[in-house]
Write a protein that binds this ligand. Structure first.
Ligand code: MN
Length: 337
């Protein structure tokens, strides 16, 4: 997906002080209309005013389900740089095409992960009459991978592992990135990271194993859940900090949640529209290259649809405010997907 906001703002993600984990906090989603002729609203939990990133996860949009009255998702060719897009569906299908020739239809339980490196262009369309429901996330690339060769991966055969419960239904985990409970995803990533979908077939309580070096977030999808005794509403993302070896998840019936984690970032990021960089100049160059049709971004193979134009870049140069997790704008509302 892409940000169709006509006036996005820049958003900074300061590096962390690795000596002290932030306290756990619940991040409630905000509704962000993506705008455009096929308006669609998403529930965004990252970046958040209080927490900008979880490991290298820098963007979390939860969307759908589209109803039969909604037009299908249609995101024409648009660019990315400095990040990986991670597409995870709960229902429906989405057709992806990109400038490397990558193409796939992604389905629930499968992963589309696209590494933009220095630059890539892609488009995404859902099939008509499908009740598409999914989560679009981004992973910021570390500096050493910012100029990597762009590439696309589709993984239909991801590892599944059972998390036993002593008091209810076992949980099934699909590990789509990184390693969880001894199972490792084949997806390429560039910093210590994990992404897992957990499904409960019924009411249960279970201990999820964590890596103490990682900070984590747990996203409640369609039902209330309880994390370490704290109740979450659907759409809430519970930020857990780092240093823990497990968390306790309790659910009242069949449901799914996402667990995202990673080593805290030690680099400051700058996000604007569909780009992640380190400086205002990185962002300005990416925008100028996209608008001029530079070879850096290429064009989507097999999709002649007119591409999205970049919004106007704000004149004001970013000045991050002092302090951990501080922000330079209202909430990164203009960041895309
Ligand atoms: Mn996109």
């Amino acid at each position: 997906m892409s940000n169709l906001d006509t006036a996005p703002t820049e958003s900074t993600c300061p590096a962390l002080d690795p000596t002290a984990s932030p306290a756990p906090v619940t991040l409630s989603p905000r509704e962000v209309p993506l705008g455009g002729p096929r308006a669609m609203s998403v529930r965004r939990t990252l970046p958040h005013r209080d927490i900008r990133t979880i490991g290298a996860w820098c963007f979390v949009d939860d969307y759908g389900p589209l109803t039969p009255a909604d037009p299908p998702m249609a995101v024409p060719p648009h660019p990315h740089s400095g990040l990986q897009t991670v597409t995870w569906l709960l229902s429906g299908t989405v057709q992806h095409r990109d400038s490397t020739g990558g193409a796939s239809v992604v389905r629930p339980g499968e992963l589309n992960i696209m590494t933009s490196g220095r630059g890539i262009t892609h488009s995404e369309y859902s099939a008509p009459d499908e009740q598409v429901r999914g989560v679009q996330t981004w992973v910021a690339l570390p500096s050493h991978a910012m100029a990597a060769e762009p590439h696309f991966e589709h993984h239909a055969d991801l590892p599944r592992v059972t998390v036993p419960s002593p008091t209810g239904a076992d949980l099934t985990a699909i590990v789509f990135i990184g390693t969880f409970a001894g199972a490792t995803s084949p997806a390429h990533h560039y910093s210590p990271l994990v992404g897992v979908e957990l499904s409960a077939a019924g009411a249960t309580e279970a201990l999820l194993p964590l890596d103490p070096a990682f900070e984590y977030g747990l996203l409640a999808l369609d039902d209330p859940v309880t994390v370490d005794g704290v109740a979450l509403q659907p759409g809430d993302l519970r930020y857990l900090g780092w240093g823990d070896e497990s968390l306790t998840l309790r659910v009242g019936g069949p449901t799914k949640v996402l667990l995202l984690g990673g080593e805290p970032l030690t680099e400051e990021l700058l996000m604007w529209w569909n780009f992640v960089g380190r400086t205002h100049e990185d962002i300005a160059a990416a925008r100028a290259d996209w608008e001029s049709g530079a070879a850096r971004f290429g064009s989507v193979v097999g999709d002649p649809t007119e591409r999205l134009r970049a919004p106007i870049l704000p004149n004001a140069r970013l000045r991050p405010r002092p302090g951990r997790r501080s922000v330079s704008d209202e909430d990164g509302a203009g960041t895309g997907s």
